[in-house]
Ligand binder design. Structure first.
Ligand SMILES: NC(=O)c1ccc[n+]([C@@H]2O[C@H](COP(=O)([O-])OP(=O)(O)OC[C@H]3O[C@@H](n4cnc5c(N)ncnc54)[C@H](OP(=O)(O)O)[C@@H]3O)[C@@H](O)[C@H]2O)c1
Length: 314
């Protein structure tokens, strides 16, 4: 029997990496084996990955020596960073550099880097239509990732761009909210533009599709999405599944930025980018190609059929 090729997966106990781990391990005929990276192999989540058949190893993207260890002997790696744990693009960039340097040293044959657009290439810093944040960013959690793409020069890399997770409706306070009269609405500053979205679990399945295709995907920028929907269309789908009217509450990015929760300004700018550059963002995040990578790709309706009961209706 030939030896399986090892894919080292970062964020393995989280949404993106966890999906990659499960996609590979559930395919009993896979040519790949999984090495799942966690900061603590003793947690229940890490033990669950080991029980599924992953080799679980300790690693920390802030510790370059640990990255050498977890990439040693691997064929490929899935790299993702964790912006919302610290809100710092500089930290994120330093971590990506650590990962890329270790990938180069390990001689990996295929890296998937979970990146996003550097919005400053579309909206220059001097453009006042979108506020500049922390002196040098437009959308900090996008820009740091996009700027980090350069670290992969010379490394066989697929640049994968995820979409808005629909799980944000459950966990990130973006789901339907009740007004004083009990009427439900979802609030986005998207005008009537369509935004690409995806079931978080499908990100890993698409990444697995990229690893399986292999060499043909190297050097490509591949956006993935399960659907592209306007706020109105999302509200209609929610109304149908919940059996009660959900309206789309359209606001301006300025109002969104003023909400005051941590990262509201970053997200307000992100939605403004998705709204004003909808053609660019949606053509990058091609549903048809995502489905080719992952035939089980969920549409918003499919995701809602499974998850609507988990929406906290506040
Ligand atoms: N939410 C969205 O709509 C969306 C859309 C596109 C892109 N993104 C991007 O997705 C990224 C987050 O990915 P995710 O949603 O998969 O994250 P997640 O579910 O929060 O999981 C992150 C995992 O990373 C691990 N981790 C955290 N710090 C680490 C470190 N220093 N070294 C090694 N591992 C570490 C943690 O595992 P352990 O505790 O086990 O170590 C954790 O389980 C963010 O950068 C965000 O910008 C989000």
């Amino acid at each position: 029997m030939t030896q399986k090729k090892i894919i080292t997966v970062f964020g393995a106990t989280g949404a993106q990496g966890g999906g990659v781990v499960r996609a590979i391990l559930r395919d009993t005929n896979s040519e790949f084996a999984v090495r799942a990276v966690t900061r603590d192999p003793g947690t229940d989540k890490a033990k669950a990955l080991a029980a599924m058949g992953a080799e679980v190893v300790a690693g920390d993207v802030d510790d370059p020596e640990s990255l050498k260890r977890v990439l040693n002997g691997a064929y490929g790696a899935y790299f993702v960073t964790f912006f919302w744990d610290h809100f710092s693009p500089e930290k994120e960039m330093a971590e990506v550099k650590h990962m890329a340097d270790a990938a180069r040293e390990a001689g990996l044959k295929h890296v998937i880097w979970s990146t996003l657009e550097d919005v400053r290439t579309y909206v220059p810093l001097e453009d006042d239509s979108m506020p500049t944040l922390h002196g040098k960013y437009k959308v900090p959690h996008f820009d740091g990732k996009g700027e980090s793409d350069q670290y992969f020069d010379g490394i066989p890399t697929t640049f994968m761009l995820a979409s808005y997770y629909w799980e944000n409706l459950i966990y990130f306070g973006m789901g339907p909210k009740k007004d004083a009269d009990g009427n439900l609405s979802i609030t986005f500053p998207m005008g009537n533009k369509k935004m690409a979205g995806i079931a978080a679990e499908d990100i890993g399945k698409c990444a697995y599709g990229i690893f399986k295709k292999g060499q043909s995907e190297i050097g490509k920028r591949i956006g993935i999405a399960g659907d592209q929907l306007s706020g109105q269309e999302m509200a209609e789908a929610l109304s149908k599944v919940l059996g009660r009217k959900v309206s789309y509450n359209e606001i301006s990015p300025d109002v969104y930025r003023s909400f005051g929760f941590p990262g509201a300004d970053d997200l307000g700018n992100m939605f403004q980018f998705y709204r004003d550059f909808d053609t660019v963002c949606n053509s990058t995040r091609d549903v048809k190609y995502s489905k080719e990578l992952n035939p089980a790709l969920q549409s918003f309706d499919m995701w809602l059929a499974e998850n609507a009961q988990r929406l906290p209706i506040e």
